[in-house]
Design a protein around this ligand. Structure first.
Ligand SMILES: O=C(O)CCC(=O)C(=O)O
Ligand SMILES: [Fe+2]
Length: 254
């Protein structure tokens, strides 16, 4: 697994279905709580569109898309047991939430594990722009971010992203990546968006190289993906397909 990861910048691997079921359950309870009605016979896509836009804008901010700590701890346990032996590592951690997230969401505290979920609706601008996660670390560190990790680590060497498909994941909705891009020389920029400053890949480069994006077929079959902080990736926005639910977190281990 280690060699494949180093060469391609990612590997896919099975994720326990029981744990995924519980994560799905938690998310559906949260979404149904936003409108105080149950899914009934609606599809996920129909249902999420019954959530009024102002409620979505407020209650689907990242600070609210966080699993309860006991569930997040089990996800971390799984990652620790599965990945530490495969990569020859001994200690692991995930980030805790950011201080501004604690301010926004009164139900979380500063030690809450940052295992996030997201829902990207069809026909809505819920997904971001192509990026490398390392650019977010660069930006956050330049703004004084101090991650609360119980050991020294290098985010390029010791951190990997885990992205888990949960519902509605098919080749149109699922994460896209550029295999091998962790080793490419790629110009990045920082854009001002309504959510603050966000790093992205230089549009000129993207225009030329967009044919390199692909989605590993295993992601539509339920496997999760572990990828390098320098791997270029994007969550697709689309008009045609269904809404998609997934989870993601930074797995830090050395
Ligand atoms: O799921 C998405 O739309 C984007 C996810 C992402 O950028 C990440 O997990 O780092
Ligand atoms: Fe990302």
């Amino acid at each position: 697994m280690k060699k494949e990861f180093e060469e391609k910048g990612y590997v896919t691997l099975p994720f326990p279905s029981e744990l995924k079921k519980e994560m799905h359950h938690y998310i559906m309870d949260y979404l149904q709580g936003l409108v105080d009605t149950s899914l009934g016979d609606k599809s996920l896509d129909q249902f999420v569109k019954t959530i009024p836009e102002p409620v979505w804008q407020l209650k689907m901010r990242r600070s609210f898309r966080i699993f309860p700590s006991p569930l997040a701890s089990r996800v971390l346990d799984w990652a620790h047991h599965t990945l530490c032996s495969a990569f020859g590592l001994t200690q692991s951690a995930v980030n805790v939430v950011l201080p501004q997230e604690v301010e926004e969401n009164p139900n979380i505290s500063e030690d809450h594990l940052a295992v996030y979920w997201r829902c990207v609706r069809s026909g809505k601008p819920d997904a971001g722009r192509p990026h490398r996660d390392s650019s977010f670390w660069d930006l956050e560190f330049s703004e004084g971010y101090k991650p609360k990790i119980p050991f020294e680590f290098s985010y390029l060497q010791d951190c990997k992203k885990i992205w888990i498909p949960i519902a509605g994941c098919n080749p149109d909705t699922t994460l896209r990546i550029i295999p091998g891009s962790h080793r490419m020389d790629i110009p990045t920029i920082v854009e001002q968006t309504e959510y603050g400053r966000r790093p992205t890949i230089c549009p000129k480069w993207l225009q030329k190289e967009s044919h390199l994006f692909m989605t590993p077929p295993e992601l539509s079959q339920g496997n999760c993906i572990l990828f390098d902080m320098n791997l270029v990736h994007v969550g697709p926005c689309h008009e045609q397909s269904t809404s998609r639910i997934s989870s993601e977190f930074n797995f830090i281990a050395k």
